[in-house]
Design a protein around this ligand. Structure first.
Ligand code: FES
Length: 391
């Protein structure tokens, strides 16, 4: 970690964005953050105004996690990888969970899994989003020194990362609600955006990630509403997981140990919604409600299985049923029931990640229907399709 030496700035490209930037400047100052208006941008994007945050640190998330894990193990902690919890129950003050490799018992349970599995309040109070990142090699070595965000909607950011002496321009953004846009197009838009300002030689890396936006902008950290005492959750980090993950560890460990923590009520999952969050809440939940209705009453275009290209997934109507079909590189077709096992929305194919993503609460399944990301806990149902019944 290099604390205090990094530059981070945000820039506006028009008057409207500039007003928002001014508000960020004012509230940041009020919160005691060291930030100033400046006349220089870190990136070659024409700007209207810029603010610069001083004394920022940069750290490597994987090295950070690996270091924490080493300390955890040293203190007697146990890490079980590839262990999916399929059931849990609470009786006489003890949690019992069943995984595919055995049973676990504990006095406290923490869901550090984005949204806790099953249908619960957290599914309704957080909207799932996907975010995209490219690692680009440049022809001219003009890599930025620091981190720069624009104010567009969806936003973009630029920074540099070095691997074995080779710098890469990291450009990210083009976020959208999970299952609402074509990921491959989002990657292309990101590349086109970067190419306007940088001499891009090649795309060395690309990936996407999922995060959850809480209804009022603040994460939910603490006792899970409606669950037995001693069931904790930490979610809705809005893409700032390294910071809020660390804060969650502090809040939840204090709750477990019975220590005072001044942030408990601020982040409490049972807090009332502030009025400021209400519009967003209605918007996000109206969207979920729309999907519940649209998924039950609309139907996808009629396609034949043979139209499908390798590596492609599609929703099709087949003998009066909606199916999620996928063809792999060997030509094998897998057909699934596209009804999400969480609360019944219809999954959409994610071409870039080769997964079926649910637009309602962000559940994700691999091409064989196995759960990748909760809240669903059950796999999509496999459907046997009879080829000789095709027209
Ligand atoms: Fe909730 Fe699919 S994740 S319905």
């Amino acid at each position: 970690m290099r604390p205090g030496s990094e530059v981070c700035l945000a820039f506006a490209e028009n008057e409207k964005e500039s007003k928002q930037l001014q508000q960020i400047l004012e509230v940041s100052k009020r919160a005691g953050v060291s930030v100033e208006a400046t006349k220089e941008n870190l990136v070659p994007v024409p700007f209207y105004s810029v603010i610069r945050f001083e004394g920022q640190g940069q750290f490597h998330p994987l090295k950070y996690i690996t270091g924490l894990l080493a300390e955890f193990l040293k203190l007697g902690g146990i890490l079980l990888e590839n262990t999916r919890i399929v059931e849990s129950s609470f009786e006489e003050g003890i949690y019992s969970t069943k995984s595919d490799s055995g049973f676990l018992r504990a006095k406290k349970l923490v869901y550090a899994t984005h949204i806790p599995p099953g249908v619960n309040l957290m599914s309704l109070r957080n909207a799932p989003y996907r975010s995209y990142v490219l690692g680009l090699k440049l022809k001219d070595g003009n890599y930025p020194e620091g981190l720069a965000y624009d104010m567009q909607e969806p936003y973009h950011y630029f920074r540099t990362h070095i691997i074995d002496g080779q710098p890469y321009l990291i450009v990210g953004g083009e976020d959208h609600k999970t299952g609402h846009d074509a990921p491959q197009e989002a990657f292309q838009r990101l590349k086109d955006y970067a190419s306007q300002y940088y001499a891009v030689e090649s795309v060395a890396y690309q990936w996407s990630a999922q995060y959850y936006i809480p209804v009022d902008g603040l994460p939910y950290i603490g006792q899970l509403p409606g669950a037995a005492e001693g069931t904790y959750v930490a979610t809705g980090f809005n893409g700032n997981g390294m910071m809020f993950g660390t804060l969650s560890a502090k809040i939840i460990s204090d709750l477990v140990l019975g220590n005072e923590n001044e942030y408990v009520s601020l982040f409490s999952p049972s807090r009332m919604k502030p009025v400021a969050g209400f519009t967003e809440f209605v918007k996000e939940n109206a969207d979920v409600a729309w999907h519940f209705i649209a998924d039950r009453f609309s139907s996808a275009h009629l396609q034949t299985l043979t139209d499908l290209k390798s590596g492609e997934g599609k929703l099709v109507d087949f003998e009066g049923k909606k199916l999620a079909i996928f063809k792999d590189d060997t030509g094998k077709v897998t057909a699934l029931n596209p009804v999400c096992t969480h609360a019944g929305c219809t999954v959409q194919f994610n071409t870039a990640e080769q997964s079926w993503d649910c637009p309602c609460h962000g559940g994700r399944f691999d091409v064989s229907g196995s759960v990748l990301t909760g809240p669903p806990t059950r796999d999509l149902e496999t459907v046997i399709v009879s080829y000789n019944k095709q027209p």
